[in-house]
Design a protein around this ligand. Structure first.
Ligand SMILES: C[S@@+](CC[C@H](N)C(=O)[O-])C[C@H]1O[C@@H](n2cnc3c(N)ncnc32)[C@H](O)[C@@H]1O
Length: 314
């Protein structure tokens, strides 16, 4: 059996346990022994309380990988009222009081209607020794990202950015994506709203080469640059879609956020989101840097939620 098959079996067992716990309705404990699965747990904070949730892989009919873990959270992923968490050697126990699917739907509907709440993933991606799993920089040099699939996976983020920028940015305002990868995201924004100016950079030469080739006909200024360098454009809207699990380590994500926030002009915006969980404590950083969080999540028309921080510069 391959590692992926073993993992999918583990995921199925956890789903069965979650279903049994929901059925019983009494306080529940869910033991997690698979470190790589820990980054699927999330806590949804609302005015009513903190709710424990867990993402699970969906089997793909069409993809070569066999499964996908979407950034979109559905109500049936909400397990219940979060009580506690205990870490032992090689295990993490989650304690919660299960809620019905109907209650979970109501919580999601409230977050959607009020655009309130925050989704936090307590764990980054972890290897078997419980160390952070991060792609090495040269991974991106050699990576042949499936542009179409990436664009599809990020469609909800692009729509949310587009709506936000259309409402908040003046003509000629500058939008900057400092880890633009294939360039599809920033080029998609540029095609949607030609009133604004767009720049994208990436540490990987191969990615920038790909971005320039894919979007030669689109008005985006692409450059090779490390997001942590002291060079780089100032902007009115900063798009941070790389402070995520598997892309950067937690401590690096914090440093990038602090560093890049200085590039944003007064009154400008920072948005933070990503295909994998956001790994820096955005709320805490905003508190430290005296920035204003306007909202922390967004929803799709069919009622699924995703992390989407909108931060305003004073
Ligand atoms: C935008 S992120 C994640 C993209 C997509 N969501 C995914 O799942 O693949 C990936 C990009 O971040 C870039 N990146 C990572 N660290 C960077 C850094 N310090 N400066 C600029 N780009 C960086 C990588 O080269 C890569 O192209």
């Amino acid at each position: 059996m391959t590692d992926a098959e073993r993992w999918l079996q583990h995921e199925q067992r956890q789903q069965n346990r979650i279903a049994e716990n929901r059925e019983r309705g009494t306080p529940a404990r869910l033991e997690e022994r698979m470190p790589i699965s820990l980054c699927q747990y999330f806590v949804l904070h609302t005015e009513e309380g903190a709710w424990l949730g867990r993402k699970y892989p969906r089997i793909r009919a069409d993809g070569p990988d066999g499964f996908e873990l979407s950034s979109l959270l559905a109500p049936d992923m909400l397990l219940g009222l979060f009580r506690d968490m205990a870490i032992g050697s090689g295990t993490v126990d989650f304690f919660y009081t299960p809620i019905t699917r109907r209650h979970a739907q109501q919580i999601f509907a409230h977050c959607t209607a009020m655009r309130s709440g925050e989704i936090v993933f307590p764990f980054p991606a972890l290897d078997d020794r419980f160390c952070e799993l991060v792609c090495p920089t040269d991974y991106w040099e050699g990576a042949s990202l499936d542009g179409e699939r990436l664009a599809q996976e990020e469609a909800h983020f692009r729509q949310a950015c587009q709506a936000l920028f259309a409402a908040r940015l003046a003509p000629r305002a500058a939008v900057f994506d400092p880890a633009c990868s294939t360039g599809d995201f920033i080029a998609g924004l540029a095609r949607g709203d030609p009133r604004l100016r767009y720049a994208g950079s990436d540490i990987s030469e191969a990615m920038v080469h790909q971005a320039r080739a894919r979007h030669a006909a689109t008005e985006v200024d692409f450059a090779v640059a490390d997001a942590g360098s002291s060079q780089g454009p100032c902007c009115d809207a900063l798009v941070l879609r790389f402070l995520n699990a598997e892309v950067v380590a937690r401590c690096e994500a914090e440093q990038y956020f602090r560093h890049l926030s200085h590039r944003v002009r007064p009154g400008g915006l920072i948005v933070v989101f990503g295909h994998t969980p956001v790994v820096c404590p955005v709320r805490w950083l905003c508190h430290e840097l005296a920035l204003n969080i306007r909202s922390a999540l967004e929803s799709t028309p069919d009622g699924r939620l995703f992390q989407f921080y909108v931060v305003e510069m004073p």
